[in-house]
Ligand binder design. Sequence first.
Ligand code: XIL
Length: 363
Amino acid sequence: MRWTSYLKLLVVIVVAVFPILLVTSSIALINTSPTSSASTLRELAARLGIHIGSAVSYSALTSDAQYAHILGQQFSAITPENEMKWVSVEAQQGVYDFAQADAEVQFAQHQHQLVRGHNLVWFEQLPTWLTGGTFTKAQLAAILQQHIATEVGHFRGDIWQWDVVNEPFNDDGTLRNTLWLNALGSDYIADALRWAHQADPNAKLFLNDYNIEGIGAKSDAMYALVKGLLAQHVPIDGVGFETHLDLQFGLPPMIKENLQRFAALGLDVDITEMDVRMSLPATSDDLTAQANVYAQLMQDCIAVPRCVDFTVWEYTDAYSWVPNAFAGEGAADIYDNNLAPKPAYDALIQALQEPVAPQVHGH
Ligand code: XIL
């Protein structure tokens, strides 16, 4: 072959191979690109089979466009913060108003998000007609059944997971002395689950509580309760671990092991209301420590296949419940007061991007 023929062949090869090189190198670029606007929490979590959620406040959703935008962009699940609670939906006996909750469900559907229904049976945020009324035990049972049937029926098909009973325990592991326990005995929990299941057989049904994240008296009591319910074939699909943490108390002991023992019963184990509060004003060391706590919890969730949802209780300090509930504390969320991501946001991205012990999630 003459020199010019070699040259022509070379040109042909280069022209043929160049596009392939271009495509493969841009794929490499996508795969290796570090945290960037291209990687949202929901995209990274989806790769691991985990939903990442936030509580949503109706007033913020309807008055703050930037809040709504970030909520849709970063999260793949929402939990109405107050709008599905008894006082919100049935402020007057037998008169239901689902308008705000409906608007949130619509937003979620538009953003391809799942909805956690929160909650059906609780001792707080009850209407005064209920707490101040005089009812017989039979009447209270009928009121509870009616409320569950109506609310779950209204949202039938739209709710991924219902917190059917919220916060049933005291910290020492005894059942909390509520209106419901008083009137109906401990059976109110199984009954509520059965009634919810009748109204929407496809919704996943949860018990939800705080201070059950680590192993201790309260989580032992929850464990014994759900084991008993399963043995009686009561419909229950999961346990919600609220995870309202405070920097001053540190991490509860053995969180991963605790999640694993519940998962071993065949239940989903979700982080349902996470925030990490601190004394104000927050220092940059505090924010770093907070970021580590969020990352640790995400790592624990990633390590347990039945942890399918990781929800924060509001994603931004701008709308957090903490300053109202805990005097002198705040800065508990992953975005700051101006809706800018905090170190805790970066830590979650990092934990999702480089999981230590990734497992296949779901079941
Ligand atoms: C809180 C809301 O965030 C507040 O806006 C409201 O005033 C009180 O309730 N555990 C729960 C949630 O299960 O429903 C609570 O939400 C926080 C603690």
